[in-house]
Write a protein that binds this ligand. Structure first.
Ligand SMILES: Nc1nc2c(ncn2[C@@H]2O[C@H](COP(=O)(O)OP(=O)(O)OP(=O)(O)O)[C@@H](O)[C@H]2O)c(=O)[nH]1
Length: 308
């Protein structure tokens, strides 16, 4: 039987330190599966990495064909999935202290035995705390990257994504376009109808744009009444069409203000990434195009290349 090193409160300090060294040695050199699992999970707060570790360790004891984890975190769906199907399934709702931390599903061609199900439950009881921490960390991260008023990503998220997209565009020689959309005369909306109506209009504009975009496109609230849209695999001409579609979608919004139907127009600037340019240069070109759209009387789209 394995000798468990314990640190007694009555021991002397040298004994306690020796016991600690021994415990550490045991922990590092010959970890049982649960020790190894908790140790691996404790090295990361990434939910995706933790689920990868869980799948890896679980599969060594209770082989499965697929593992899927789903959770809604900070208003976004998080899905982790590995492997392919199988008709037999066991599903666990992960709850801790009254809070829900996602649903874990295993599929397999063979039925799961009672012993195997007990084994899965044992492993879940060990991973639930680290998973809870990773879920909470992801929620904080996502909240920090989300605009509180409209629910779309914020400028901080755009900064990170712009630089990533620029690098991808350069590395794979792909076309990436950036659109800046700015609501026209928004100050007048606030002045005439108040900030509550202005806020509502911003929310509806964000939602109208989201519904007009492909899932691979992403939208960011860039400033007060300004939004940025990143379009992967999209050249100048298509980006202009998307910008016009977005303007049309926002133009279709009507808000009833005491019998008067409030609507708004939008100006858009488009810039397609140039090889080797920095995200600041890319953004500056889109901003210049937007400036030109405002200058041309608003309610229109300008593409940077066409104004050089
Ligand atoms: N309601 C509301 N208004 C905001 C918010 N953020 C910025 N604004 C307002 O947006 C307005 C922007 O005004 P300007 O920058 O002058 O632009 P504009 O009136 O839209 O004029 P153009 O852009 O030139 O067409 C200001 O009145 C800001 O107070 C917000 O979160 N909610």
């Amino acid at each position: 039987m394995k000798q468990i090193t314990s640190i007694h409160t009555s021991s002397s300090q040298p004994q306690k330190l020796a016991a600690l060294r021994q415990a550490h040695q045991d922990w590092v050199s010959a970890p049982d599966v649960l020790t190894r699992l908790t140790r691996r999970l404790s090295t990361t707060l990434s939910l995706e990495t933790q689920l990868g570790v869980l799948a890896d360790e679980l599969d060594q004891i209770i082989p499965f064909d697929s593992l899927q984890y789903r959770h809604r975190i900070a208003n976004q769906d998080f899905v982790f999935s590995t492997g392919m199907g199988g008709p037999h399934r066991c599903e666990y709702r992960l709850n801790l202290e009254g809070e829900h931390y996602g649903t874990l599903t295993l599929n397999r061609r063979q039925r799961f035995s009672e012993e195997e199900l007990q084994g899965i439950e044992t492993i879940i009881s060990v991973v639930i705390c680290p998973l809870r921490n990773a879920c909470q960390f992801l929620a904080i991260e996502q909240t920090a990257l989300t605009d509180a008023l409209t629910g779309v990503a914020n400028k901080r998220a755009l900064d990170a994504e712009l630089s990533r997209s620029g690098q991808l565009a350069d590395r794979h020689n792909q076309e990436y376009s950036l659109i800046l959309c700015d609501l026209d005369h928004f100050k007048a909306v606030n002045d005439k109808h108040g900030h509550v109506v202005g806020d509502h209009l911003l929310q509806m504009a964000a939602s109208a744009m989201e519904q007009s975009l492909r899932t691979s496109d992403s939208i960011y609230r860039f400033g007060g009444e300004e939004f940025a849209i990143l379009l992967p695999l999209t050249g100048e001409r298509d980006a202009r069409d998307v910008a016009d579609r977005l303007r049309h979608a926002i133009g279709g919004i009507r808000i009833d203000c005491g019998g008067e139907a409030l609507s708004v127009t939008t100006s858009c600037g488009v810039a397609t990434h140039l090889h080797g340019e920095t995200s600041e240069q890319w953004l500056a070109r889109a901003d210049e195009a937007l400036y030109q759209a405002k200058h041309h009387g608003r309610n229109c789209t300008q593409v940077f290349a066409s104004i050089r």
